[in-house]
Design a protein around this ligand. Sequence first.
Ligand SMILES: Nc1ncnc2c1ncn2[C@@H]1O[C@H](COP(=O)(O)OP(=O)(O)OP(=O)(O)O)[C@@H](O)[C@H]1O
Ligand SMILES: [Mg+2]
Length: 367
Amino acid sequence: MANPFQYEKLPTADNFCGREVESERLHNLILDSKNVVLFGDRRYGKTSLIEHVFRGLPKTVLHAFADLFACTDSTEVAQALYKAVYDALPFDLDSKLKEISGLFKRATFEIQTTNSGSIKARPRLEGRDFEELLNDALSGAERFCEKHGCTLVIALDEFQQVAEIKDKRIDAILRAYMQRLTYISFIFSGSKKSILSGLFIDKKQPLYGMATSISIGGIELPTLKTFCEERLGQRFDDEVFELLYEQVRGQTKLILQSCYWLYANGWELNAPNTHKVVQQIIEEKDEEFRLLFNGFKAQQKKALKMIGRYGGKNLFKQENLEPFGLTRQGLSQVLVALIGSGDVIKEDKTYLVADVHFHLWIVKNFS
Ligand SMILES: Nc1ncnc2c1ncn2[C@@H]1O[C@H](COP(=O)(O)OP(=O)(O)OP(=O)(O)O)[C@@H](O)[C@H]1O
Ligand SMILES: [Mg+2]
């Protein structure tokens, strides 16, 4: 039988677990045409949640999804948004070509035959100016919604990328549009909480107060446990699952991945086997994480090693600083920068590498 766990693809409706409260909240905010900023650490399930909620929207609420992860300048952001909006409009090819060319001025449409033999119209965008493209996409979509009696929600995933783009103040331009739009709302989501909150929570920033926040953490332990047990056909002892959940900070992907390997190996659900699969999962990424680690500056590497060595606690104790040749002030500066870039988070008095998987690798290698 095929392995019932998937951890790389976004879950289908049947494979979606939990998140009832967050789903309902997001669903209602979308119906209310509110803008939303969705926070959550890597691999906890932001994108999965957005897709899940999109699937349950009424037909009169159109949804567009743009992943800004790879965007390097404002033009690429506008192009991603434009294509997402275009894809969201429901037309058959014939009417699409007729109506769409009236709505959008900056796009011409190419007819392409897909691998499966169906015919598709792909937009080819003219011009590279952010505001022109944005204006064209949004005003075209507004006219469409007005005419067809619908609304549109646009998800801009990995929105923190916008903070890295310096050729235009994308956030300021977007704000101006958001205030004028009648039928369109946005979901801004991303994993680098410090950067994303810098854009929305800081009073001096243009997007301050423009969106309602939703934060997601781990799926609730009992829900996730039952979900996994049903698929494994076995029960976990409470302590065994709790230990796994705690070790991977409740990160959805790592828990599903662990269960994938427990299932694949046909292993009993005990603590040693659970520990073994987690170690394998850390090992799998060894090469990638070595490269990632080497990309940090020398002082940052020291701070990361300290997090590994002391489990992120008591880093400022003299006896802990000494072996690393760091001063309190030096360490403090490095940690502030690592938190600012979203690589490290501080929970209570503990410093943790934000990406749980990378954190586990750091602990394994430097403790
Ligand atoms: N509610 C869920 N039900 C079932 N599987 C889920 C759920 N949420 C997340 N997953 C699993 O975890 C993986 C990671 O989730 P997802 O890509 O949605 O996280 P993310 O927070 O968007 O991560 P990133 O910050 O890397 O973009 C998914 O591929 C999916 O396999
Ligand atoms: Mg995502």
